[in-house]
Design a protein. Structure first.
Length: 202
């Protein structure tokens, strides 16, 4: 652990002229390095590993960078981190290029995950975890799809997989699309939804 800490300090010192403020945190018996809140490197067992995504992984493999394996009890688990061996560490141009690729990829991956999370159905009002699961089973996987379909069409899809689903869920969907709690979906709107449902069900 002390040796990993020493290497962490060395790596931060070397990168500081190019990337200010690189905090570290304990991870897997070593340390993770972050840039603007996103982890991009791992230091473990006196080795520096860079985070990979689907686009950068091929580059790391081409550079003959070995994958990091974390031993969980009795078996190893491969993580998307690749070892910076000596020939890369000693070549300033290649090292900084890979660091930039890594940081860009880490932020890109984090942005995708953030957008995916914020687009979850469960984040809408009235959408419980169970209702979210039903919607996904019906082929409605995110907020955009629900809004494009509309409450009635989405409800019809739900009814195909759960025939006894309550019309309360229709009102819940309508409220969710408008960002409203079901309690404030007006009676007139509920009546209109039921009429539309009847027309589309015939």
């Amino acid at each position: 652990m002390k040796l990993s800490k020493k290497l962490t300090t060395t790596v931060i010192k070397r990168l500081t002229p190019h990337y200010a403020n690189l905090p570290s945190r304990s991870l897997f018996g070593g340390y993770g390095l972050c840039q603007k809140g996103v982890m991009f490197a791992l230091i473990n067992d006196e080795k520096l590993y860079l985070r990979a995504d689907t686009q950068s992984e091929a580059l790391y493999q081409e550079k003959e960078m070995s994958q990091f394996f974390y031993r969980n009890r009795s078996y190893p688990i491969g993580l998307n981190y690749y070892h910076v061996h000596n020939s890369i560490w000693e070549d300033e141009v290649i090292l900084l290029h890979l660091i930039k690729v890594t940081i860009d990829a880490a932020h890109r991956d984090n942005k995708i995950k953030t957008n995916t999370q914020s687009n979850r159905l469960k984040n809408l009002p009235n959408i419980s975890l169970n209702l979210e699961r039903l919607l996904i089973m019906a082929g409605i996987s995110d907020q955009l799809m629900l809004k494009e379909l509309g409450a009635v069409n989405a409800y019809i899809k739900l009814r195909r997989i759960k025939s006894d689903i309550s019309t309360e869920q229709l009102f819940a969907l309508a409220g969710a699309i408008k960002g409203q709690h079901i309690a404030i979906v007006k009676q007139q709107q509920q009546d209109d939804l039921l009429k539309q449902l009847k027309r589309q069900s015939n």
